[in-house]
Write a protein that binds this ligand. Sequence first.
Ligand code: DAH
Length: 349
Amino acid sequence: MGSFDELEQIREQALVDLTGASTTAALEAWEDRYLGRKGEITLRARTVGQLPQENRPAFGQRVNEIKRLLVQAYEARAEEISHAELETRLATEAIDVTLPGRPVTPGHLHLTTQALRELYAIFGKMGFEVYEAPDVELEAYNFDLLNIPEYHPARDMWDTFWVKETGEGPSNRRLLRTHTSPGQIRAMRERCPEPIRVILPGKCYRYEQITVRAEHQFYQLEGLAVGRGITMTDLIGTIAQFARMFYGPDRTVRVRGSYFPFTEPSVEVDTECILCGGKGCPVCKYTGWLEVAGAGMVHPVVLENGGYDPETWSGFAFGFGVERPSMMKYNVQDIRWFYGNDLRFLRRF
Ligand code: DAH
């Protein structure tokens, strides 16, 4: 036990084995086998105490020398191996940075948003500012204050989504606004006694059968002007100017008498069909005219509900759907496509 010869044999064998270890795993196994806690060299070092006294120093010294030598050899080999492993990784996992990147498809604004922004710009030039009103509305604003009391037959014009009741009394019930007109009352109550010139964009909701022509959600744009001496001429001029800016410079408009509870008198405004220019085609159902907006002079009761004295103040209002004009402009045949999130449709605009 503890012979010098054996020690030298171990050293030789260890160095041979080390050359054979070519991976980090093999290297670790080698370290375990020779230098580890129960490794060959470590075990030999522990036998020093069992040797005859006179052999101990020389043997101990040689064990230490060999250990140092093996540790050095180990470290050199470890360096070689990690270098080689890095080289293989660099060769096999190489990324070709000269390859062209994958193209990123940029998104764009929804057709409705584009239309709304165009409308804001047009009315902005005529001095109208955007006024936002809530989607979830009180029954009072959506109906009563617009001169449509409970049991008024005109309520049938708007089939309503009701929100679970939260308020006291009938006119405090909540609903999803069926039109943007309730914003008129909000704007008037906030601005009174100042003159007003606002447009009120927003989503409206109706409890309706969905078809190619009707959705239960859609956008409207409402307009309201209140001042002293505002007349029907101002209304017609404003809408005619809008039609020229939106549909083209040569558009003429026509005005037909109509009925809305919140305006008196009430009208409907048409413009020459943008497709056939008035000759008659399927889009205008061969009439030559397209409906542009419902409108009228703000009803005295509505002015009063907004805080304005109808003896000294007057105003006009109008309202129209936002998807319809886009449908006519781009010949979109199905209003449901606006809400279908089908990219084949959305990418067209
Ligand atoms: N609120 C009406 C609707 O949804 C549209 C409308 C008509 C708005 C006449 C107005 C107006 O401001 O004066 O059918």
